[in-house]
Write a protein that binds this ligand. Sequence first.
Ligand code: ADP
Length: 845
Amino acid sequence: MSPLLPKEVPAHATSSPFALWRHWWRRQTPRLQDAVAMLVPLAAVLLFLSAIVAAFWYLRAEELEREQESVRRDVEYAQQRLRLQLLERQEQLMRIARDASTREIDAAEFVSRSESLSSQYPVLQSVSWIDDRRRFLAVYSAPSVHPAQQHLVGDVLRPGEVETNYALARELRQPVFSQPAFGTDVPGVLQLHIPLFDQGLFAGVVLAEFSVDAILRYGIPPEVTARYAVSLLDGNGKLIAGNTVSPIEPTPHFLPWTKRVNEYEVPVSPVGNGLILRAQGYRTSQGLVGNGLFWLVMALSVLTSWILIGNWRHTRRRQAAQEALVAETNFRRAMENSMPTGMRVLDLEGRITYVNAAFCAMTGWSEQDLVGQSPPFPYWLEADREIMNERLEEELHGRSLPGGFQVRVKRKNGTVFNARLYVSPLIDAKGHQTGWMTSMTDITEPTRIREQLSASYERFTTVLEALDAAISVAPIGSEELLFANKLYRLWFGSNTVGHLSIVAQAGVPPATTHDDAMDEVDAFAGLPIDTLTGAQPANNEIFVADLGKWLEVRSRYLTWVDGRLAQMVIATDITPRRDAEDQSAQQADRAQAASRLITMGEMASSVAHELNQPLTAITNYCNGMVSRIRSQQIDEESLLSALEKTSRQAQRAGQIIQRIRTFVKRSEPNRTPSDVSTMVSEAVELAGIELRRRNVRLNHYVAARLPIVQVDPILIEQVLVNLLRNAAEAIDQAQRPSSRRSVELRVLPRMIDGNEAVEFSVQDTGAGLPPEVMERLYEAFFSTKPEGMGIGLNLCRTIVESHKGRMQAENIYNGPEIVGCRFSFWIPVLDSTRSLTSDEAKVPA
Ligand code: ADP
């Protein structure tokens, strides 16, 4: 369990401090635990080291103190011995001095006693008797005395230090030891001045000289000299006699216990500060041994610390490696688990040793269910067991196909899915094969998609084949036929000849190679793709003579599945439609012609009335001429004039008939560039007959410089005549007074959606159009007139729309009252050539 996770403290854990500590310890981070595990031994080593140092230091100090104590004791002892000896000699010399002062002895006696004393105590080097005038009266010198130090009888005491001591002795009236004096090459001596008094008066001194060397040699007990280097020093600390341990062994002074302490100095008592006894302990090996041990411990501690630190760093590296390993393992585990491919490992016997999460998810069996299983595996289908066994055999013998194989797999819930398995040998780190790794992919979905795709392809081809249009696709600049449906094959066979001929005939941008060597790769490079794919044939209805059929052709450029630019042509048989269209056009023609005849029939009485005038005039002219010829009252001139008038009337009648004939003559629809004003005047002429009869005025206004329009003039005239007649009839029906019996015809240029057009409008002063009539205005056979046919407006609209124009009707109001209505229509000017010769605007007659 992770030490990071807070855990509940078990009841028993709280009982002891150790348990508490252990609980606390487990809650710390591994890093902290590591640091503690490393630092505690290190601290222990350091503590141990400091304990050792302290112990050493303590022992060493103890020992030094003991040594110091013993040297002090020994030196004191030696000093006592020296003191006693010197005092003893002083005593003996004082006895001699007393005898000499009382003159109990003479000079010879003095010398002999001195000699005997000196021989007894070799320390005593010489004894001299000096009188109060500082003259040597008697001198005894041991033979060993250095010649320079010898005194002779009769000499006077040399001034200087000796003399000062002489004076001091006289002054103090006591024996005075002097500071030993010695030269560079003479052994040092210690002098003793003992003053002599004769009856209380100073009578000189006895000067005894002791050899300092001898004092040391004979005065110090041998057990002391054996142990120490004993020496005598003068007041300035200068060595006078004896030996010294010098130089002192080179011990490092920064270590306190190695400081030189086992030496002791003490002034030799009767002499005072002038003579100092010093003893120095010979350095035993103890310090060395101690130091050696110390260094050994020290070195071992350093070694231990070093090993600990090294160990700690090694642990850290191991831990880092372990963390990296864990991260890597986790990463691989995560990868393995998130992989959609199922993985299964079989050992060489065919037992499952491993399955991944995806495998379990696919099959629905858990890892525990599968691992360790031998064939037959639970996900095998009962029915497929034979095949699966075979496959497994192949697998285990390494004979399975590299492309894998497809099997059916049973899920735990009994459902079945298709899977593809790939097998590869599993090789361990040493290069030995340990089993077989199988990866499994669920291919139900791809299979389903494939099946769906093929089904949809089938549906698609079925539809295309069943289509009553010939569809062909051919790449640009190639004879290859990429696709052709059944009808195409039926009509044109399985080659591109038909396709290309349709393309050529329909005027589709040619699907041929580009001559331009500069641009061989893509003939349409640089063209916007919309233009390409949207390209439509110029003439999309063609007649194919070989088939005897009319075809409607549509074409599209498309990028073929292989990326080539191809052209698709869809040709639909429109022969029946064309036939029907032709028929209906013929019928429309007939209807229009019939309608014109009907119009004329309806206008028959008006026409008759119109013709009546010239015919009556002709008759009158003829009758007049006949009677005047009979009465011979006519001259040639008058006859000619009358004949001309008759002829003009006849011409007029002929013109009326001619116009009516032209109007009703059945002719093929014929669109020609027509002048608007001519058409208008023809129509006005015809309608004028009816208008005049009904006593209706006609005002017409035709704008100047109207463009030439591409129309069938007879049909447009028919429309105008119809509208004018309807207007006159409406006025008649409304029984308008003669002041309000007028119709206005206006012809003006207009712009419809940015295109030029000519607008015709006929406005009357009739009763207008009630809403129910307005709704059914263009219905065939709708009429409100008792003898009306009700096909006039219907035909008018058909004619206008066949000229790509539009027609409309509206009421004219004067306040709420309807005072008439206006019918208007416009016709686009398809030919942009403007009439520059058309008549000027016609002023209403
Ligand atoms: P018809 O003139 O034979 O009745 P139309 O198709 O020419 O047939 O007219 C249909 C109907 O439209 C007419 O019966 C009439 O009621 C109405 N109509 C046509 N023109 C006008 C007009 N200028 N004023 C009023 N009503 C009209």
